[in-house]
Design a binder for this molecule. Sequence first.
Ligand SMILES: [Zn+2]
Length: 277
Amino acid sequence: MTDLLFFLLGGLSGIFINRAADNLPAGRAILAPPQCSHCNAPRASIQLSGSLSFVFRRARCAQCGAPLSLRAPLVELGAAVLFFWLATRYPFGIYLALLCFFSAILLLIAVIDLEHKLILNVISLPMTALAFLVSPLLLGGPSATLATLDLKIYWLSFLGIIVGYGVTLGIYYLGALFLRLINRGRAQKINTVAFGMGDVKLAGLLGALVGFPAIIYVLIYAILLGGIGAALVILIRLATRRGYSAYMAIPYGPYLILAGGAFLYFGNELFARLFGA
Ligand SMILES: [Zn+2]
């Protein structure tokens, strides 16, 4: 029963994720009413939910006929399945609520990053502070309660933030130095680097969420996944003869979130198995 409730709750939060993903990059208020991305006409009320508008065949703008993005129903369904799955794994309580909340935030960051190559400070910075604040509950695992709060865990979250920022900043500056070296004497300057500043702040958020030492593994896996993803992109572009630039930027955000999510959901079990804790 709780599982089903969380399925609905996930779908509902998907609606909010979609709205925030439409509004925030456009500089509108986070919950401003949804509008057509082509003609700015306000959306019909059934179109508040992406899935409902596709089910009822209303997935077009009434004014200009532009189709609604498939992203809306996909995010709603994805969040619903994710919340449902989390509810089948963990007992109803504050740990489950926190996992769902931060999953929704990571999903929002991933959607905006995939669509705009942008990780917004207005999301990543306050969420890092919040993740740090609740870290004894989150990193304490599903059995942690307010009564048995272990405040030492704040150190793990704090170290996670420091390592997340530190390692990605280091790679960012190394990349910038590398660019300066290869740009010397080049007419056409190259200006893409491995991690952007948005990725750095996302790594800080993930560090607060999964703590130390898990953040180290998250960064390693994100870089590996990013490398595999980039290789696939290059192979596909070569196969379709579209050519590629050797300095194409890798958008690390989604890979960081994939690796971070894996440790957020499975980290406790993983570490129990590794260290017998
Ligand atoms: Zn329109």
